[in-house]
Design a protein around this ligand. Structure first.
Ligand SMILES: *Cc1c(COP(=O)(O)O)cnc(C)c1O
Length: 451
């Protein structure tokens, strides 16, 4: 027997016996045939039997330039020839220092310090701790309350779950979480305030004003996913929403934390989503696309005022990780930013978003497609049992999951959020591949919903 075949069979056996997968119903996982990815090229994944699959969600929203880009591969190799890792506690290294400078140059004005971590959740956690401690150090320790949107997802650590607000993610851990106050999300298809989008005047954003009028002097910061709430189901905010939220926070003198972990690095059309509405947050978390989808790295960018609260008080920020500021991940992040320039990635991404917008028209025609939401290359297709009443399918039917499973059999990897199927191509996906993705999605929805 061929040696590689034996090895891949071992992968399935070992995985079934010993691996616990993230955000995965393991009972369903063990009942299904796992997809074993052994290689990739561009936006195509290759499995252990040589079958090819289009990477329809950019490897869960991280990939930008495709897999195995020579420039990114070379950046990792070149850094490996120098050093893979040294501590960032008390030492520095050229790629991480250069990356901090490059991020500050790209970020909204006022963000001038960069704190590195390895996951989006950690970058948010850092922002929460910095925000609270900066108040404490200025004698305002009573400002310990955080405000976020309903439906928010900010990561899976206990702190980031505390500011999250997705039913099901947080329920189990409620006794472990710190209390957070929520304001209404801009979910226009199912408006939490029962308003009509064309005449609401952003009433959902105004619920923040009510919260801050009541609790404002206890609030440390408002945390938002700018323009698009990702894990909530790709909830796209109407124009002006982010600006309104930022203005309300500013008016009440509370800090604004932008969680750009999903929206950053061109995913919504600009380098950072905040740019689109001229918003400068006090703290900003980035992750996912920071390394082009290559290696785990995230960062929290912060204003000089917050940094100075620590510096002037002679205080240490007691937070950091074994792999903070890792030079290998920083090197590939720098190569990622270089590719944005040399490939004109933002322009290409915007052109691809136009292709996506045109292709989505075919989906809208399907009887069980309730809502199609898109901002740039972040797209969610919400499936419903009844389009007229917007009634959802019974959750136990797992319609979204079934559609994605059918898509996989047709050679496209997708993942749902409930009954919202997420379409999130890499910015560099070929237009023809994106058309194929939508072909497969149409066919899979039709097959599963029988219409
Ligand atoms: C994915 C995500 C996170 C968490 O990032 P991880 O790297 O998975 O920890 C945080 N916030 C938003 C908005 C995200 O989409």
């Amino acid at each position: 027997m061929d040696d590689t075949v034996t090895r891949e069979d071992d992968t399935v056996t070992r995985d079934r016996r010993h691996v616990w997968h993230p955000f995965t119903d393991m009972a369903a996982w063990l009942d299904d045939e796992p997809l074993v990815v052994t290689a990739a090229e561009g936006c195509w994944l290759v499995d252990d039997r040589g079958r090819r699959y289009l990477d329809g969600n950019a490897s869960l929203w991280v990939n930008i330039h495709g897999h195995r880009r020579r420039e990114l591969d070379d950046a990792v190799r070149a850094q490996l020839d120098r050093v893979a890792h040294t501590t960032f506690l008390g030492l520095t290294n050229p790629p991480a220092a250069e990356l901090a400078a490059r991020l500050v140059a790209l970020a909204p004005p006022g963000l001038e310090r960069v704190f590195f971590s390895e996951s989006g959740a950690s970058a948010v956690e850092v922002a929460l701790k910095m925000a609270y401690a900066s108040h404490l150090l200025r004698g305002e320790g009573h400002r310990s309350l955080f405000v976020s949107m309903t439906g928010a997802y900010h990561g899976d650590t206990v702190g980031s779950v505390s500011v999250g607000a997705i039913d099901g993610f947080a329920d189990v851990y409620r006794p472990l979480l710190f209390p957070t106050v929520h304001f209404a999300q801009p979910y226009c298809y199912r408006c939490p305030l029962g308003q009509r989008e064309d005449r609401c005047d952003l009433a959902c954003a105004e619920t923040l004003d009510a919260v801050l009028q009541r609790d404002g002097d206890r609030v440390a910061a408002v945390v938002v996913e700018p323009l698009v709430q990702g894990a909530a189901g790709i909830i796209t905010a109407p124009d002006g929403h982010l600006r309104r939220v930022a203005d309300i926070a500013r008016r009440h003198g509370v800090l604004l934390i932008a969680d750009e972990v999903a929206t950053g690095f061109g995913r919504t059309g600009t380098m950072f989503a905040c740019e689109a509405e001229g918003v400068s947050p006090d703290l900003m978390a980035v992750g996912k696309g920071l390394t082009g989808g290559y290696l785990p790295m995230s960062a929290t960018l912060t204003s000089t005022a917050i940094f100075d609260a620590f510096r002037e008080a002679g205080r240490t920020f007691f937070h950091g990780h074994s792999y903070s500021g890792n030079p290998l991940t920083a090197a590939v992040a720098l190569a990622n930013l270089d590719l944005f320039d040399s490939d004109a990635t933002l322009d290409r991404g915007r052109a691809l978003a136009d292709v996506l917008a045109a292709e989505l028209a075919r989906l809208v025609a399907l009887p069980h497609v309730g809502d199609v939401r898109r901002r740039g290359l972040m797209c969610g297709v919400e499936l419903v049992a009844d389009r007229a009443t917007r009634a959802p399918f019974p959750p136990e039917q797992r319609v979204g999951a079934q559609v994605c499973r059918h898509a996989r059999d047709r050679g496209v990897v997708l993942r749902p959020l409930g009954d919202t199927v997420v379409v999130m191509p890499a910015l560099a996906m070929a237009p023809d591949d994106l058309r194929l993705l939508i072909d497969v999605l149409c066919a899979s929805i039709t097959e599963v919903t029988g219409a």
